[in-house]
Design a protein around this ligand. Structure first.
Ligand code: UD1
Length: 423
């Protein structure tokens, strides 16, 4: 297994290109299952989660070709051979459940293993299943699989009223509704940019969708969808992560492709902490010019609130802030697994339930630490950039799920970072 070694090395400067969004790509790829005609995605990120989704689609008989060094995914579901997503692949990634809606809508039946994914809380899929039930599907949980069956004649439009906001359930229901008979209304829908991106792509394929980006999405079902070519939206979580690099160790970095509208709540918190964020014609320029950052309180919320996927990285910044910050995690339980690792580096953090209190210290010190999930692993790298001495991060396979070329990108702005085989 590989390790990443980071040595605190002072201010950063330069540009970092931001990739296409992992989470958008993971819902755009299963959209291919809705149509016989080809779907091509450009600006795809090169990540292990994308390779896992590729394998899953291929196991169903879809053609998925990674072109231009993986940045273009040419897909066709013309000759699917199966509607069963097996445990062996699904267990590697929770987003695998996103094949259920498209398969059920197009073929009237599907079997999908219950998913695994990051160890950040229970993460059930009940909201996904309730949405399909509202469209007339019969669902049965047997042998670790969801067995789903549409009524004769296919899924029917219905009212889906989500009791709370779920990104994945909104995406699954949205895809399924495009081919349902009649009108489906998704109430209390997620508003994330990845949902908007999915709706744009589905519309190019011929779907009739209104209201994406608001909490009520209306879908008028159509008989069939066609092909399309679609560019994956910028990864706002990768963007926020790299914006924190100069915030943490000083300097000025432009994140290419970044836009404030993708991360407005996060940018407000950076501003309150004393970090300058400026929109340029090509991206977002982030600078930390003065001394220590100020403490800020952060509560994670569905979009447009502060994203849970940036909570760990923000905590790394606040470890060296002037004053005490309170971070409240409202989306996932058990999402402070980075805190004990940051404490090993000298941070002062108290965790009680879903609240972490971070008392800023002058300086973190390098230490051997362990990555526990995707976002936690990158928070340790960020902390290492600001620490005195060497930080050795193990279990970096988590990182490969969501960050392409992290060493190369940080090195290009002056960070001292290398990836080595574990001794
Ligand atoms: C997506 C993102 C993930 C991000 C999360 C919240 C992808 C591939 N992943 O995950 O990176 O952290 O949104 O922004 O896009 N829940 C239920 N029942 C359900 C579904 C969800 O109880 O059927 C709960 C979850 O356990 C969680 C909350 O709802 O507490 C929100 O989860 P959800 O928005 O569904 O997250 P994902 O789509 O899994």
């Amino acid at each position: 297994m590989d390790q990443i070694i980071v040595t605190g090395n002072g201010p950063l400067s330069g540009q970092i290109p931001i990739a296409g969004a992992k989470n958008a790509c993971l819902t755009l790829m299963p959209a291919t299952l809705l149509s016989e005609e080809p779907l091509t995605l450009t600006n795809a990120p090169r990540l292990s989660d994308i390779r896992t989704m590729t394998l899953l689609l291929q196991s169903l008989g879809a053609e998925v070709q990674a072109l231009q060094d993986g940045q273009v995914l040419a897909m066709s579901s013309h000759d699917l051979t199966s509607t069963r997503a097996e445990y062996d692949i699904v267990r590697k990634m929770r987003a695998s459940i996103l094949v259920l809606g498209p398969l059920l809508a197009r073929f009237g039946h599907a079997e999908v293993s219950l998913p695994g994914g990051c160890a950040i809380g229970a993460r059930p899929v009940d909201l996904h299943l309730k949405a399909f039930e509202a469209m007339g599907a019969e669902l049965d949980l047997r042998d670790g699989y969801v067995h789903a069956k549409a009524p004769a004649g296919g899924l029917k439009g219905g009212i889906v009223d989500f009791p709370f906001v779920s990104v994945g359930a909104t995406e699954n229901a949205l895809m399924a509704a495009t081919l349902a008979k009649g009108t489906t209304v998704l109430k209390n829908a997620a508003r994330e940019p990845e949902i908007v991106d999915l709706a744009h792509c589905l519309r190019k394929m011929g779907a009739q969708i209104d209201g994406e980006g608001t909490s009520e999405i209306t879908v008028q079902g159509v008989d069939r969808l066609g092909g399309a070519t679609h560019r994956v939206v910028t990864d706002r979580i990768e963007l926020g992560t790299y914006m924190l690099a100069p915030a943490i160790c000083g300097g000025e970095v432009e994140c290419l492709g970044g836009k404030i509208e993708l991360l407005a709540a996060f940018c407000e918190k950076l501003d309150a902490a004393g970090i300058s964020v400026e929109e340029t014609p090509t991206g977002l320029k982030v600078a930390r010019k003065s001394g220590r950052v100020s403490a800020v309180d952060v509560t994670t919320e569905p979009f447009p609130g502060f994203p849970t996927d940036l909570q760990a990285q923000m905590m790394a910044l606040l470890c060296t802030a002037e004053g005490t910050s309170v971070l409240e995690e409202k989306i996932f339980e058990n999402r402070f697994m980075h805190a004990p690792e940051l404490i090993r580096m000298g941070a002062k953090i108290d965790v009680h339930g879903g609240t972490a209190t971070v008392k800023g210290v002058d300086r973190l010190r390098g230490a051997p630490v362990m990555a526990t999930d995707l976002r936690a692993s990158v928070s340790l790298i960020l902390a290492g950039l600001a620490a005195e001495g060497e930080t050795i991060v193990s279990r970096v396979y988590h990182l490969d799920r969501g960050y392409e070329h992290v060493v190369r990108k940080l090195e290009s702005v002056g960070a001292k970072i290398e990836r080595v085989k574990e001794q």
